[in-house]
Ligand binder design. Structure first.
Ligand code: ZN
Ligand code: ZN
Length: 353
């Protein structure tokens, strides 16, 4: 069954798919369903499985080659053109992706627009064999770059320099892109989970958090390791060990039928036991695929339940303001009986020079 057919089975009304903007994929849901990478396309999927692809001149030659859909070339003002054609019909739309102005365009043309949430995302959360192969390759390339990174000197270079080295290395090794801006955060900079690499010169005696990923065959990888630069104060070695314990507990909890909430809680126990629960302020992980953040989510308020084919991160962190930060992140595939790690780089504390 094609992806469009699987979506159609879940529909009551025709669904207009037009988002969200993804890394390299154009509109991630359109790309997922029919393979077209475009920043200005829409796909109308009918409950009976028929589908119409709309795109403007710039994407028309590729859109004509998409199998299993009928193609309609529109003006650059795509949504107005689509709205005119659908006037008088009842059409479901993706409320998380269609801007309010877009909704108004549909409504003022006389389309009865019905909001829906997550219909395509639900399918995307369970990867098929081709997607899993791409994600294994993206994970393996991450391992390769982390392996080369630890041979590089850290001390005396800036965070930004190292971040650029990582991004360049991914591209030179064949990645189509990096899956997000690389994080290299030394010392107290790392006490912010999404730190921006700056002009800070990395010194000995610090922890450096590196969070990086790449895009291979349209799919993202995501991996974090925290390294010791030279000799560390004992307290930082202890914090690292605590984070690793939490990461291993989180991993051990991952498997089919486990809720995102329970996996998250498993990773939290050891950190809370030493009174540092407050320093682990984000969730255990997130789904990864065409986009770097997608379903399912692993965090205290998650209602998701893991199933085979999900690809999620397991990434607890400990953030001590003004002092240091540690995060250790693996990308894992949920299997029939547990999980498979897609990022294999070692997690014992690695000392770089
Ligand atoms: Zn990450
Ligand atoms: Zn992540």
């Amino acid at each position: 069954m094609t992806r469009i057919e699987r979506l159609a089975r879940a529909l009551e009304d025709p669904l207009l798919v037009a988002g969200p903007p993804g890394i390299l994929s154009g509109q991630a849901n359109v790309c997922y369903l029919c393979g077209l990478r475009s920043t200005n396309a829409a796909l109308l999927v009918e409950p009976d499985g028929r589908a119409t692809l709309y795109a403007d001149f710039r994407y028309a030659s590729r859109a004509r080659e998409v199998e299993g859909v009928s193609f309609v070339e529109t003006s650059r003002n795509l949504l107005s053109a689509v709205a005119e054609r659908l006037a008088g019909r009842r059409i479901a739309f993706e409320s998380a992706h269609l801007p309010y102005a877009g909704y108004e365009t549909l409504a003022s043309a006389g389309v009865e627009a019905v909001p829906t949430v997550g219909l395509v995302e639900r399918l995307r959360a369970v990867k098929d064999e081709d997607e899993i192969r791409a994600m294994r390759r993206a994970g393996a390339l991450s391992d390769e770059i982390f392996g080369a990174l630890v041979e590089e000197p850290f001390a005396g270079r800036t965070e930004r320099e190292l971040a650029w080295w990582i991004e360049k290395s991914f591209r030179e090794a064949g990645a189509a892109a990096v899956s997000f801006d690389t994080v290299v955060a030394a010392g107290e900079t790392a006490s912010s989970p999404h730190a921006v690499p700056g002009a800070r010169i990395i010194e000995e005696g610090l922890l450096v958090t590196v969070d990086a990923g790449c895009v291979v065959d349209g799919y993202c990888s995501d991996c974090t390791r925290t390294f010791a630069v030279g000799e560390l104060p004992a307290r930082l070695t202890e914090i690292y060990a605590l984070c690793l314990k939490a990461q291993l507990a989180g991993l051990a909890a991952v498997g089919p039928g486990v809720s995102g909430r329970d996996a998250d809680a498993a990773s939290r126990a050891s950190i809370e036991a030493v009174g540092l629960g407050w320093a682990y302020g984000h969730g255990l992980g997130h789904g990864v695929g065409i986009e770097i953040h997608e379903g399912p989510v692993l965090r205290p308020e998650s209602t998701d339940v893991l199933e085979p084919g999900n690809v999620v991160t397991v990434e607890p962190g400990i953030y001590l303001p003004g002092e240091a930060g540690v995060r250790i992140e693996d990308l894992v595939l949920v299997t029939e009986d547990g999980y498979e790690r897609l990022t294999q780089f070692p997690k014992e504390l690695v000392t770089v020079s």
